[in-house]
Design a protein around this ligand. Sequence first.
Ligand code: SF4
Length: 326
Amino acid sequence: MQPAEDHSLYYHYSRYLRETFGGKTYKVVVNSGLTCPTRDGTITKGGCTFCDVRGSSSFFGKQGRGGEIVDQIDRRLPGTRERFKSEKHIAYFQSYTNTYSDAEYLRGIYLEALSHPEIAGLAIGTRPDCLPDSVIDLLEELAREHYVSLELGVQSFENPTLEWFIRGHDGDCSREALRKMRERAPSVHTCAHFIFGAPTDSPTAPRDAALEMNRSGVRGVKLHQMMVLKYTKLAEMHAAAPIPMLTVDEYAERVIEFLEHLDPSIYVERLQAKASHAKELVAPAWSMTHWEPYNRILAIMRERGSYQGKALGFPRRMPAEVLSLN
Ligand code: SF4
């Protein structure tokens, strides 16, 4: 069941969006027509081990120019508005690596999305090794006039986990990308994505990641549990030799450790993920629903008096203080 929002435990993405846009804001997914270096053979083929982007592959290979992006927004926006009663909308280049092209092509697709009268900004999903200076400078140029969020797939700073995910980059590559974004593109709202639960993770991975975030200049973070989905390399590995999966309480421990060490000025877009196609979920079974694991994480936090920034010595936000911000 969906609980009432409790903004005293962590800095919700919904509150950040209301503070940034002044109204109920949702993302409208668009496809850039780009691929990934882990899919086109540059690093490997078949994608990172955990990744299943088949859901949006109907757009794969199409060029996102000449009205294609605007058409996608026109098709999807009415449903988003109807379902969520949203007032403002962000064009979300979600699947694949949406900076994996030259800056001229990227300028075209980003500006086309921004040309739509109902689009208030961009969210651009990408990898840390696909951010040359020319693209970072383009993002900063756009972000001085428009809202631009970079959704950066860090996934882990730990090299054994990055190798197990077959990411094709190491932790230092992410640190360097974050440094460049902080120094060359300060107007861009960078949000770092993490996956917890790989068997290669060290016990301190969540705490270490949070402490790196506090120094990184990011505005937000997004957390996912490691899931095994059909049609991925992980599914093949799991079929050959079952991969140990976290229980929901074990995953909650990692989230709480991360949040307690995270600066409370950094928003949290998501605490855990739900398998978008239930029939394609292999494990863990608790990824089938959103609210059950979410409520369990919050229940454990309440039991312990846990909240974002607690281990850093920050006071807990009082609900009244937070309400006055909404
Ligand atoms: S995780 Fe990202 S980079 Fe890896 S295959 Fe999937 S979309 Fe591409």
